[in-house]
Design a protein around this ligand. Structure first.
Ligand SMILES: *Cc1c(COP(=O)(O)O)cnc(C)c1O
Ligand code: SF4
Length: 319
């Protein structure tokens, strides 16, 4: 598929009218964070059910207007961990590159919904501060492309970036965090696969799926293409009230991921970003759900339950 076609299909073609009949829809919440849903994800939403787990991830809701005092615009301390333009270095050995500020899908619970991207992403034409930082820090062995969604960048731009990484001897692994393959599979063009295949570093792709209904059978060919490039496919989910906060849904998710060829990695507690409090599951409830989940799964399909605490050296296990 050509670039024009994937760009077209990743476009937001949702209008407020799709939502007007739905309980809890609140147009003004779009002013805080744009409404954005790609075609493929949209085609799997049941717009007749205001509790549809796919709908709830993307619908601007009246609840977003609630301002809570222990919620903030930078809940994970990213601004503090910023080393240079587009570079967030919190954990030993791995560095996160904010490749772009945009996503094909805007998830209402996203911890970056208020992140000041315009001042902080490594601009496509100027990776040099990021590359210099990575070159000069020899204990960095893994570069993580994040965002926003790095697959919003064209394959050409991605390829420019990785060609600069390949000469840095201490970099062994490239990791890509993206929702694109699952929410806008047309992005996975033959050209993209060719690029990924050409990368000689160890490759990890962390997908981001929250509910088994997102995993339609049509996705299998796309996943197979990704697997053909020797990329390890992992998934992280956010524990979301009313969407996936029960062990049965989460175990179905794990089994379905495995069927496609993806392993569960993290189950994240919600980051306390302003506007997303209605998705919060308490730590006590989260532990309870996770413990029940463990009874339903082989160990290799059990995601780790973690939260991100600003200042900590790793994602923190809840128990
Ligand atoms: C989550 C995160 C990582 C990756 O952590 P892993 O535990 O290796 O998945 C790296 N850098 C930052 C800034 C992160 O937030
Ligand atoms: S960064 Fe991830 S969770 Fe946040 S809006 Fe983009 S795709 Fe959704």
């Amino acid at each position: 598929m050509t670039k024009q076609i994937w760009r077209e299909q990743s476009k937001n073609r949702v209008s407020s009218q799709d939502f007007t009949a739905i309980n809890g829809y609140h147009k003004d919440s779009q002013k805080l964070f744009r409404l954005h849903i790609p075609d493929f994800f949209k085609s799997n939403i049941d717009f007749t059910n205001s509790f549809d787990p796919l709908l709830m991830q993307v619908m601007p809701s009246i609840d977003e207007m609630n301002i809570l005092k222990d919620f903030s615009d930078d809940p994970v301390g990213d601004l503090n961990a910023k080393k240079t333009k587009g570079v967030i270095h919190k954990y030993q050995g791995r560095v996160l590159l904010i490749a772009t500020g945009t996503c094909a899908i805007n998830c209402r619970y996203c911890f970056r919904r208020s992140f000041p991207y315009s001042q902080n992403n490594a601009s496509a034409n100027n990776w040099s501060p990021a590359i210099d930082y990575i070159s000069n820090n020899k204990d960095i062995h893994e570069v993580i492309l994040s965002g926003g969604d790095p697959l919003m960048l064209s394959t050409k731009v991605l390829s420019k970036l990785t060609s600069q990484l390949k000469d840095i001897e201490h970099i062994k692994t490239l990791r890509i965090h993206t929702r694109m393959p699952l929410v806008s599979p047309s992005r996975i063009t033959d050209n993209f696969i060719k690029w990924l295949d050409s990368i000689t570093l160890k490759k990890v792709m962390v997908l981001h799926c929250n509910h088994p209904r997102e995993l339609q059978a049509q996705l299998q060919p796309v996943i197979n293409k990704l697997l053909s490039t020797q990329t390890l496919l992992l998934n992280q989910s956010v524990l979301l009230k009313g969407i996936n906060d029960d062990a049965k849904t989460l175990s179905q998710l794990s089994f379905k991921l495995f069927e496609l060829g993806i392993l569960p990695y993290y189950l994240n507690q919600l980051d306390k970003v302003q506007g997303a409090a209605h998705f919060q599951v308490t730590n006590k409830q989260a532990k309870f759900i996770h413990q029940e989940l463990l009874t339903k799964l082989p160990g290799y399909l059990a995601p780790k339950l973690v939260e991100e605490i600003p200042g900590k050296k790793n994602k923190s296990p809840l128990y």
